[in-house]
Design a protein around this ligand. Structure first.
Ligand SMILES: *Cc1c(COP(=O)(O)O)cnc(C)c1O
Length: 361
């Protein structure tokens, strides 16, 4: 068996420590004589797993006591809908920074009035638009952003002004890559399959004051239902929550917390950007100050050569480097589980490919 370096944007690579631990516990988890998959979600054994996971997340991210942590199914995409169902009364301000905000805009429009107050679509989403207080709509209920744009490789390095309005943020592809000051947000959501675990659960961190009785909202779409029932109103995705718990344990005990994680995040990204910027063959189209640390698109400028790159990289054990169809070229996703050696191997391959192909370009 030989493992590849997997640069997928999601579902993405997981720490080997997590996979090994899960395999060790596959047949008999925590002395229960069964797999976590086989446990009743009402059992003490599973409740321990859920609570340990939640407590770890609260500790790691320093989540204040006036925020609730919820585990919800339906992916990040369900949160495009749930955020609006729960919070949109007059209108929603959204900053359009790519595919994932476009989808949120389309869904929220079905539920109320949406104001797209800024957009970087004019330059194929290669930058984060700046806004001022005046751009906010007087009657809007919240400002919605996607903090890290997985497809285009941009990231907010500073949060936009929201002037007392609620701030709702999609952190699907950057959560746990760095410390987050949760108190600056009112609602954070993140699908687990990028940087937090396997597919099937979305973590929502919501200010408790926003959990309101509302007869108009079906129970399964109301955040309060999840808060009141410890995320177990119905059967939660038990195994996925268990995997998230292992990833959190790995960050806390093997890496040493989010400050340490951030150092690795920055190191990985700097290595690849420095190489791309020094190269004659590759380029990254993103405005330098808005560059993502976790998703790095790059192109050779020749679609045929890009194809050849992806093919030869795959043969060399560097997989899932094909860029999203809306951007083309390549994309390397450098999430928490990508070891530094994986980035070194990628750069070594890129250098060799450049030497072999620069003459032809
Ligand atoms: C992947 C992704 C989503 C969509 O997640 P699903 O779980 O597939 O619904 C939403 N937002 C961002 C930033 C993403 O990267």
């Amino acid at each position: 068996m030989s493992r590849v370096y997997n640069f997928s944007a999601g579902p993405a690579c997981l720490p080997e420590w997590v996979l090994k631990k899960a395999s060790e516990e596959m047949l008999d988890a925590h002395g229960s004589g069964m797999s976590v998959m086989e446990m009743s979600h009402r059992s003490k054994a599973f409740e321990d797993i859920l609570h340990t996971c939640k407590d770890r997340l609260r500790r790691l991210m320093s989540i204040p006591e006036d925020y609730e942590i919820l585990f919800i199914q339906g992916g990040g995409s369900m949160q495009f809908i749930m955020t609006a169902i729960n919070l949109l009364k007059h209108s929603a301000d959204i900053i359009n920074t790519g595919q994932w905000t476009k989808k949120a805009i389309a869904q929220q429009k079905k539920l109320g009035k949406v104001n797209v107050i800024a957009s970087s679509q004019d330059d194929n989403f290669t930058y984060i638009p700046k806004i001022t207080k005046e751009d906010l709509t007087p009657d809007s209920d919240y400002l919605y952003i996607c903090e890290n744009n997985t497809i285009y490789g941009t990231k907010y390095k500073e949060l936009p002004v929201h002037d007392g309005k609620l701030l709702v943020a999609d952190l699907s592809s950057c959560i746990l890559s760095e410390p987050t000051d949760v108190s600056k947000y009112d609602l954070i959501f993140a699908g687990a399959q990028k940087n937090m675990g396997s597919a099937g659960v979305t973590v929502v961190i919501i200010k408790k004051a926003l959990l309101q009785e509302n007869d108009q909202i079906p129970d399964m779409l109301n955040y309060k239902t999840y808060a009141d029932n410890d995320s177990m109103y119905n059967t939660p995705p038990t195994y996925t929550i268990y995997i998230v718990g292992l990833v959190l344990e790995w960050i806390e005990e093997q890496i040493g917390g989010l400050e340490e994680m951030e150092k690795i995040t920055h190191k990985r990204a700097k290595m690849l950007y420095d190489y791309i910027d020094s190269s004659k063959l590759y380029s990254n189209p993103v405005n330098k100050e808005d560059r993502s640390y976790t998703n790095i698109p790059f192109v050779t400028g020749d679609p045929e050569l890009d194809k050849k790159f992806v093919k030869e990289a795959t043969e060399a054990g560097l997989v899932n480097l094909k860029g999203h169809r809306s951007v083309g070229g390549m994309r390397a996703s450098l999430y928490n589980a990508m070891p530094i050696e994986g980035v070194e191997a990628l750069i070594k391959f890129m250098r060799k490919f450049e030497e072999e192909n620069i003459g032809e370009n």
